[in-house]
Design a protein around this ligand. Structure first.
Ligand SMILES: [Fe+2]
Length: 248
């Protein structure tokens, strides 16, 4: 049973996966200690989540892949030591997609555990979008990994006039992840719901960083979807996300 932010039960959606989280402690701008991480995990469980993809930031201009993996493993050890939880925790990353990314060694280790899916945060300036599209195309010509474009709602092109950009990413072989916020906000809800309806969105993720202002808030967003599409159709969306992720 899912509870929304007001503590009210509202649906019986099952097996929700939060596909984008900064739950791992002391590795990026997420929680600084494991106590907060555990509160985030408890919050997701309370809202009906069954799994979370752990996607700490990987910034190639700050570190290299091997050092990142070492820190991620250390953080995971700290989090899971004596942790008893029903939330399935799956390792991944949020890799900042930069020029020459396609030439890095060991890119596959950044993928979501057990998949060929790699979550890309692309540069934010609108002026770079055309260049990034070409760069992603080049990446795809060299690798068999499937990019998931993270939090597409946070880019300037997230509007009805530029929907062709979302299609361009999909047409070249990318999948799109949307945050929970645009589903809940009046100004964006209609557009966000329509993207789900049109099948452009494969994943929804909270992009949670803490328990104060970037929270693991998923229930209210799924309530918007169940209100619009009904429980059965929303469950199909969740099941399809899990199928792609290989989450059972
Ligand atoms: Fe993120």
């Amino acid at each position: 049973m899912i509870k929304n932010s007001n503590g009210n039960n509202f649906s019986v959606l099952k097996n929700i996966t939060d596909c984008h989280t900064h739950i791992l402690p002391s590795i990026d701008d997420g929680p600084s200690d494991a106590d907060v991480s555990r509160q985030m995990i408890d919050s997701l469980l309370l809202q009906g989540a069954a799994a979370a993809i752990l996607t700490p930031h990987f910034y190639p201009h700050e570190t290299n892949i091997n050092d990142f993996l070492f820190l991620r493993n250390e953080s995971y050890k700290i989090l899971t030591e004596n942790l008893k939880t029903d939330l399935k925790l799956i390792l991944g990353s949020e890799a900042f997609f930069c020029i020459n990314f396609e030439h890095f060694d060991n890119i596959g280790s950044l993928c979501i555990e057990g998949t060929d899916l790699i979550l890309f945060e692309i540069p934010f300036p609108d002026s770079m979008t055309a260049k990034i599209l070409k760069q992603v195309e080049k990446f795809l010509s060299m690798h068999n990994y499937t990019p998931i474009i993270a939090h597409i709602d946070r880019y300037p092109f997230f509007n009805t006039k530029n929907i062709h950009i979302l299609h361009e990413f999909i047409d070249m072989g990318c999948l799109l992840q949307m945050g929970t916020a645009p589903l809940k906000e009046k100004g964006t809800a209609k557009f966000a719901v329509n993207l789900v309806k049109e099948g452009l969105i494969s994943f929804i993720g909270s992009d949670c960083h803490n328990i104060k202002y970037r929270t693991p808030d998923i229930a209210d967003a799924y309530k918007v979807l169940t209100d619009k599409f009904g429980i059965s159709e929303t469950q199909k969306f969740i099941d399809n996300s899990n199928r792609i992720l290989g989450v059972s």
